[in-house]
Design a protein around this ligand. Structure first.
Ligand SMILES: NC(=O)c1ccc[n+]([C@@H]2O[C@H](COP(=O)([O-])OP(=O)(O)OC[C@H]3O[C@@H](n4cnc5c(N)ncnc54)[C@H](O)[C@@H]3O)[C@@H](O)[C@H]2O)c1
Ligand SMILES: [Zn+2]
Length: 380
């Protein structure tokens, strides 16, 4: 695996390239001139990322004669609001940005989602470039064109599909990522193995120690394969009418836990880590996969340093949070279930079945009774 590669996202006139190169962030000149970035450009970032990378990016833009305007937001999910969008739009309007002016998203998934949405709506759409700096953003959120912000009543409730002009991934930026954020990103990477590629999943099983040490070649390979799988899925279904929903694996339970923890007790990737394991367990309960699938997922999630157990919240509360999600259709929650590693199926689940599984799983977790398939439960 070289430390430099390109993944293409083929979406007709909205097609774009994902460049993965160690050190890319220090060599932007060629890309800027090839994409025709000139005049004014806005760089949206957050305070943490600004401390490490904003100065270098600003310097290069200025060297290329670009009038760069930094917009530094407070870090974290709390910034993913319409207020942040308003703040960005105010700056763009005040500096008289034009239809051809570029926006850069320099940061994690939060910065990427906010910036993409601002780019989508300022003058009905200006070009933007993703420069993701977290593992979640490099392996997942910077690709695919889902942009938006949260609403008091739900995560990602407001947004637009809007594709970037290019994605610039420099895996070296991951060296400054806090350990907790690193593990959180591994949850999304593991997800790709489960939904689409058994070979990749077993690579992750073998290489997890190297990934945890952030060995550049292994990191670049994991990011690249994740981007390829996401690009394939998005190409087949840009607007999530069907196949794209497989990307939600681990997120049905994951999002509910994230909401119930108020985005603090569990960060996104940690909630997804639990979701990956528990949704496999639920699939096993439904008779969709066998126990070895659950065990393999659980082992790799644990080795990644992620939580895998359900917090002690009542079933009714978790179900209610699941119903608030966008994956609901006609009052039923549409889940994504592994049939085996590398292959998933979509199927709705009702409240009664969910609660039955949850009771069984809680009992098994407290050591009172073994878990098992629903059929086995009935036989008992
Ligand atoms: N659009 C999509 O398809 C998609 C997919 C998955 C997740 N998301 C969204 O992404 C968000 C989560 O993304 P995230 O985990 O990247 O969160 P984040 O953007 O909040 O970043 C996490 C933390 O890491 C810091 N950080 C970022 N890069 C750093 C670096 N290189 N060095 C040091 N610190 C750094 C940030 O300041 C922040 O404190 C959620 O809002 C989620 O909904 C979107
Ligand atoms: Zn996610």
């Amino acid at each position: 695996m070289t430390l430099s590669s390109t993944v293409s996202v083929s979406l007709g006139e909205r097609s774009y390239k994902i460049l993965i190169q160690a050190g890319l962030l220090t060599r932007l000149e060629g890309r800027l001139s090839e994409l025709g970035v000139k005049g004014k450009a806005g760089i949206v970032t957050d305070r943490h990322v600004a401390r490490h990378y904003l100065g270098g990016v600003l310097r290069q833009l200025k060297q290329c004669g670009i009038d760069a305007v930094p917009i530094v937001l407070p870090p974290g999910e709390q910034s993913k609001t319409l207020d942040a969008i308003k703040r960005i739009l105010d700056v763009l309007a005040r500096h008289r940005f034009e239809r051809s002016s570029f926006l850069f998203a320099l940061g994690g998934g939060v910065v990427g989602d906010i910036t993409g949405f601002a780019a989508a709506i300022y003058q009905r759409g200006i070009p933007f470039i993703q420069i993701p700096t977290t593992l979640i953003a490099q392996s997942d959120s910077s690709v695919g064109g889902k942009t938006g912000v949260d609403h008091r009543l739900g995560k990602n409730l407001i947004g637009a599909f809007y594709q970037p002009k290019e994605v610039w991934i420099d895996p070296l930026t991951l060296r400054t990522l806090p350990r907790r954020e690193w593990a959180a990103g591994l949850a999304e990477v593991i997800k790709y193995g489960i939904i689409a590629d058994e070979k990749f999943f077993s690579y992750l099983e073998r290489k997890m120690p190297g990934l945890l040490k952030r060995q550049p070649d292994i990191v670049a390979a994991a990011v690249k394969r994740s981007c390829e799988i996401k690009a394939d899925v998005v190409t087949a279904d840009e607007r999530e009418s069907d196949r794209r929903r497989i990307l939600n694996y681990g997120h049905t339970i994951g999002h509910a836990l994230e909401t119930l923890g108020r985005y603090e007790s569990l960060i996104h990737g940690e909630a997804v880590g639990i979701g990956l394991v528990q949704e496999a367990d639920l699939a096993c309960f439904l008779g969709i996969c066998d126990q070895t699938v659950v065990q393999r997922i659980q082992a790799v999630v644990r080795t990644a340093g992620l939580p895998d157990r359900m917090p002690q919240w009542p079933s009714a509360k978790i179900w209610k949070a699941m119903l608030h999600d966008k994956k609901v259709s006609g009052g039923q929650v549409v889940g994504v279930w592994p049939e085996q590693i590398g292959q998933v199926r979509m199927m709705p689940i009702d409240e009664q079945t969910f609660r039955q599984w949850h009771r069984t799983a809680q009992r098994a977790a407290s050591g009172k009774k073994p878990s098992g398939t629903r059929a086995a439960q009935r036989r008992r």
